[in-house]
Design a protein around this ligand. Structure first.
Ligand code: ADP
Length: 223
């Protein structure tokens, strides 16, 4: 890929509903969703790569960076080759990558980040733990099964991923209150992506969203 691809980065702690929102955005014309966790879960779990993924994810840890970025790039190239992502036309909605500063650095040469949206749920970590435990039952995910592992994943997000969010210029960042209904979160994400439009013009109730970096909102934070 010679030209940089246009991306929207979706951030949020495990269990915040990022996957649901990413899939929703991926259904809009011109937007393609790609979740790094899905790329990992899609590989043959008995292969060498599958074993590496399982070794780290079952401990609640990030898979090593070089390996992650290589696998992600191979997957993206495959999406381009098969026409599932058209770099000259589509915007890629990236969920779950970059997850630390080193990954952000490795990805930088390929990406033009047009928005970095963070779904915030930090006022209620216990709600996240409860959501992840219920997901473990529904989806049989080993990394969600034990409370200790869930808590480690939340810590890894705070320690490693939060600095990545803060590393993007304020003008392209938007924070959304994830403790609302999925529909309200979706509405605020779309408003955050449109960015230059005032939330009221986009039909949003500004009081329910946490806005930062939206050029015409004056960059104010509202809880
Ligand atoms: P969640 O968003 O609930 O944490 P994901 O499906 O995004 O779940 O990720 C599941 C696991 O896959 C992570 O805990 C981690 O082990 C691995 N993983 C996913 N994305 C990355 C990444 N960008 N870098 C390293 N490991 C990752």
């Amino acid at each position: 890929m010679a030209k940089k691809i246009k991306v929207i980065l979706l951030f949020g702690a495990p269990g915040c509903g990022k996957g649901t929102q990413g899939r929703m955005l991926g259904m809009l014309p011109g937007y393609v969703h790609l979740a790094c966790g899905d790329v990992f879960r899609g590989i043959d779990q008995r292969s060498e790569l599958g074993r590496i993924f399982s070794e780290y994810s079952t401990k609640g840890l990030l898979v090593p960076d070089e390996f992650t970025v290589r696998l992600w790039r191979e997957h993206l190239n495959d999406m381009v080759a098969t026409g599932r992502f058209k770099p000259d036309r589509d915007v890629l909605v990236l969920d779950g990558i970059p997850r630390n500063m080193q990954q952000a650095k490795l990805l930088k040469p390929f990406m033009q980040v047009i928005r970095a949206v963070e779904i915030r749920t930090d006022r209620d970590p216990e709600q996240l733990v409860a959501r992840l435990r219920s997901r473990a039952l529904k989806e049989g995910r080993a990394d969600d099964a034990q409370e200790g592992i869930i808590r480690r994943r939340l810590e890894v997000y705070e320690k490693e991923t939060t600095p990545v969010v803060g590393s993007y210029p304020k003008g392209i960042r938007a924070e959304v209150n994830g403790l609302q209904s999925p529909m309200e979160v979706a509405r605020d994400i779309v408003c955050g992506i449109l960015g230059c439009m005032l939330p009221s013009e986009a039909g949003c109730r500004r009081t329910d969203a946490i806005w930062r970096g939206c050029p015409r909102s004056g960059g104010k934070k509202k809880a």
